[in-house]
Design a protein around this ligand. Structure first.
Ligand SMILES: Nc1ncnc2c1ncn2[C@@H]1O[C@H](COP(=O)(O)OP(=O)(O)O)[C@@H](O)[C@H]1O
Ligand SMILES: [Mg+2]
Length: 249
């Protein structure tokens, strides 16, 4: 297997007496979708937040492209190419699709953009923005305010904005949540292509999507990884069956 882009070792985080993540180790390698599954409260979101730097870990290491990033704050990790997309806060609802993605392009260039209206005459912002919009499957919707997008289109906008950050890795926490079957199907196709852009650590409850997409699956239960393997290996794993997948898998 190729050298990991992201290498997590012994990552732990407690909230009082609760060990939300307990010595978690996992790798994300180029070209893969690595799904992280587990019951509610297993610590999946806590793990993602530790990796992106929203939560500081108590112990362990996070290496990204060979560099220890555990002491960097979240914006510094994002600038290195660790993309946490699907953050509701980053989309400006009153701005159009093109303006939102142009802002993301501007932000990726290191300029502060929070209070700036992007100059839509600026080809250096608009050309890459149009490219990312098309890549995310939103061509033709450039002039629509984000607030008027459907749920599925909104997710595509978030993908376009994540692409603008030129990510080296995507960390996605339940991107299918709240989507109908058609939206899930479309997003599944987009994520499948996106793995070529940058590998994806995918937390997802929708097991159809996980089994369709994942190159590898890790199963988190009570803060601990109990198994990592291919889809077939995980489906056949008796511990996983009893701990999580149950009868409806
Ligand atoms: N900020 C917090 N303070 C205290 N407890 C938390 C906090 N965030 C999460 N937890 C607890 O940590 C455990 C793991 O939560 P979470 O990572 O959200 O699980 P998952 O995403 O797998 O459903 C849960 O028991 C949750 O209640
Ligand atoms: Mg969660």
């Amino acid at each position: 297997m190729a050298d990991p882009i992201l290498q997590i070792r012994g990552l732990s985080k407690s909230f009082g007496a609760l060990k939300a993540t307990d010595a978690v180790s996992l790798d994300l390698v180029p070209g893969e979708i690595h799904a992280l599954i587990g019951p509610n409260g297993a610590g999946k979101s806590t793990l993602i937040k530790q990796i992106v730097g929203e939560l500081r870990h108590d112990a362990g290491s996070i290496r990204f492209e060979g560099q220890e990033i555990g002491t960097l704050d979240a914006p510094a990790r994002a600038r290195l190419g660790l993309a946490r997309s699907f953050q509701v806060s980053s989309v400006m609802p009153e701005f159009t699709v093109l303006q939102n993605v142009a802002l993301a392009v501007q932000g990726a260039s290191g300029e502060s953009f929070r209070f700036l209206r992007p100059a839509l005459g600026d080809a250096a912002l608009v050309d890459p923005a149009r490219f990312h919009i098309a890549h995310a499957g939103l061509e033709g919707r450039e002039a629509v305010p984000a607030a008027d997008l459907s749920h599925g289109e909104r997710r595509k906008l978030e993908i376009a904005m994540a692409l603008a950050l030129r990510p080296q890795a995507f960390l996605l926490d339940e991107p299918m949540a709240g989507m109908g079957p058609e939206g899930s199907r479309q997003l599944t196709a987009i994520l499948s292509d996106l793995r070529e852009e940058a590998p994806i650590l995918l937390v997802e409850h929708d097991m159809d999507a996980v089994f369709a997409l994942a190159d590898r699956i890790s199963v988190l239960v009570y803060g601990r990884i109990i198994a990592t393997g291919t889809v077939d290996e995980i489906r056949a794993n008796a511990d996983v069956q009893s701990a999580y997948l149950g009868e409806d898998a």
